[in-house]
Write a protein that binds this ligand. Structure first.
Ligand SMILES: *[C@@H]1O[C@H](CO)[C@@H](O)[C@H](O)[C@H]1NC(C)=O
Ligand SMILES: *[C@@H]1O[C@H](CO)[C@@H](O)[C@H](O)[C@H]1NC(C)=O
Ligand SMILES: *[C@@H]1O[C@H](CO)[C@@H](O)[C@H](O)[C@H]1NC(C)=O
Length: 499
């Protein structure tokens, strides 16, 4: 029972969808949902869920419970009075055209590349370099032959950053054979570090950077550098026109059904193998994951105790756990859920546990025609870009695990108006799920109030970026800080004066 199975046009999609809403079974489902609403509202009336800074006062006699619940589930309070602020300060100067060049190979998946490229824009600015359009790593896990221009709008990238950094498509011919400094930049580096690296310009006209991820610190950088990172990521790094236009179409199709959740269901083979999470899987599946881990050289951890991983909150939620979680939060079974993910491990074997609670699951291939998806099918990075667009535009975004995609989307949603992002507290949830398994707790109002309470303050409301974990030292301190791109507040998100 999935949205639009390859309908050939979006109009036939909305027609077929609308007629489903009028069918007797939908009406009875709707009634069922209303009853569900009322029960939930009764239990929540004492502990109003709010992640909002300014609570809307309730006028006595005007309470409309269903609207209240719908508000809580879908409303993101229109930005909470914050807005993007990325303009440079007054002392910021236009870039000179420098005849020294930074060439970059951008590594990782789509989101690691996007944030890495934004860092490289800032690094080029700090080092007074002309940036050559980055090459994308084709050897990574993603095995994607896409070039920069396949994924991003190259002309826009260059022109949008005109006032910041000089960017060229290629190294000038006469420099192609010039000696290059090959430099692995230090992770989470400071401006001083790059001023020092700039000494290399004395001997070289070209510096090549083989890795772009996390090469700038999250904190303690000048405001103009931080804002440049935001301009690069949120304004300059637009997806290429074919991706943007299909992404937009898919968002419109989803919106024609009303609200939707984008669920980053990171229940994929590589993630389960990497984290060593085998909860709920049979022995041969667990073995398959173990073999993949052993054969992947750059995954250093080989022996992992799945039970401990899960108890520590380090496992992606299973499809079943996500289903229980969303029901407990109060989302009705009729909710449309877009699954932003690659291939779900075990396919329908595990997905059916989510589908039984939420039949309206939508995937890329059920939302598009064959022809539309064809161009993207063999390009994991481009398919991920579609997921990114749909996730940023969703009413609610829920990542089942942390990672670059989850962080990037959350940060982007904060930036454009603190759209609701619900971050599952996996450690505490697993304790509750285990109680259910042991028969000490049931799905229902009691679980609902526990889960709702746990997630009251995990819905993407405005707050300053977290610092490092207490007790962390040296590089670990930098490593454990909340990522700049996960929450660019305060540098790029400001309280608007009108509020
Ligand atoms: C870059 O250029 C500016 C102004 O031209 C200069 O003040 C600064 O020291 C230069 N930075 C580096 C790292 O060379
Ligand atoms: C393990 O699960 C998979 C997928 O559900 C199934 O195909 C396979 O037969 C199972 N293997 C065993 C040994 O139970
Ligand atoms: C994994 O850890 C759990 C809890 O600490 C322990 O009971 C179990 O024996 C461990 N399993 C293995 C295979 O070591």
């Amino acid at each position: 029972m999935v949205a639009v199975r390859s309908s050939s046009s979006s109009s036939s999609h909305s027609r077929s969808h609308r007629s489903r809403f009028l069918s007797p079974s939908s009406i009875s489902r709707y009634v069922f949902v209303l009853i569900g609403f009322s029960i939930l509202v009764f239990f929540f009336s004492q502990s109003q869920i709010s992640d909002v800074i300014v609570d809307k006062p309730l006028v006595a006699g005007e309470e409309r419970p269903q609207e209240e619940l719908a508000d809580r589930l879908w409303d993101s309070s229109a930005g909470y009075g914050f807005q993007p602020c990325v303009k440079p300060t007054r002392k910021y100067e236009a870039p000179k055209i420098w005849n020294r060049y930074l060439t970059v190979r951008s590594n990782g998946g789509l989101n690691q590349m996007r944030t890495g490229i934004s860092d490289m824009v800032a690094v080029a600015r700090i080092m007074n370099a002309t940036l050559v359009i980055p090459q994308l790593d084709k050897r990574s896990f993603w095995q994607d032959s896409s070039t920069f221009a396949d994924i991003f709008d190259e002309a826009h990238f260059i022109s949008a950053l005109q006032g910041d950094v000089h960017i060229v498509r290629e190294l000038p011919k006469e420099l192609e054979a010039a000696p290059r400094a090959r430099k692995h930049f230090s992770s989470w580096a400071s401006v001083n570090y790059y001023v020092e690296v700039a000494q290399l310009w004395k001997d070289y006209q070209v510096i090549h950077v083989p890795k772009s991820d996390s090469r700038l610190g999250n904190n303690n950088l000048p405001i103009d550098i931080q804002r440049l990172r935001c301009r690069a990521l949120y304004q300059a790094l637009r997806f290429s026109p074919p991706i943007e236009s299909l992404g937009k179409k898919l968002v419109e199709r989803l919106r024609s059904s009303g609200h939707y959740i984008a669920l980053h269901l990171r229940y994929e083979k590589d993630m389960l193998s990497f984290t060593g999470c085998t909860y709920g899987l049979n022995d041969s599946e667990a073995e398959e994951l173990k073999i993949m881990r052993e054969n992947t050289n750059h995954w250093k951890l080989k022996n992992i105790n799945s039970t401990e991983q899960r108890a520590g909150g380090n496992c992606p939620l299973t499809p079943k756990e996500v289903g229980i979680f969303l029901r407990a939060l109060g989302y009705p079974p009729s909710t449309w859920i877009y699954i932003a993910a690659g291939e779900i491990f075990g396919g329908d074997t595990y997905l059916s546990d989510l589908r039984s609670r939420f039949p309206n699951l939508v995937f890329k291939d059920t939302l598009t025609t064959k022809e539309e998806l064809e161009k993207f099918a063999s390009h994991a990075t481009q398919a991920a870009a579609l997921d990114y667009i749909i996730s940023v535009e969703s009413d609610v975004f829920i990542p089942s695990h942390t990672g670059n995609m989850a962080r990037s989307v959350e940060g982007h949603r904060r930036f454009i108006g603190h759209r609701k992002t619900i971050n599952p507290d996996r450690k505490r949830l697993v304790e509750l799920f285990d109680k259910i398994d042991r028969g000490e707790l049931e799905e229902g109002p009691k679980l609902s109030s526990l889960v709702t309470e746990l997630h009251k303050h995990r819905q993407g409301a405005p707050r300053k970026r977290y610092g490092s974990l207490p007790g962390a030292k040296g590089k670990d301190r930098l490593r454990t800080e909340e990522s700049f791109y996960e929450n660019p507040l305060p540098e790029c998100i400001c309280h608007s004066k009108r509020h």
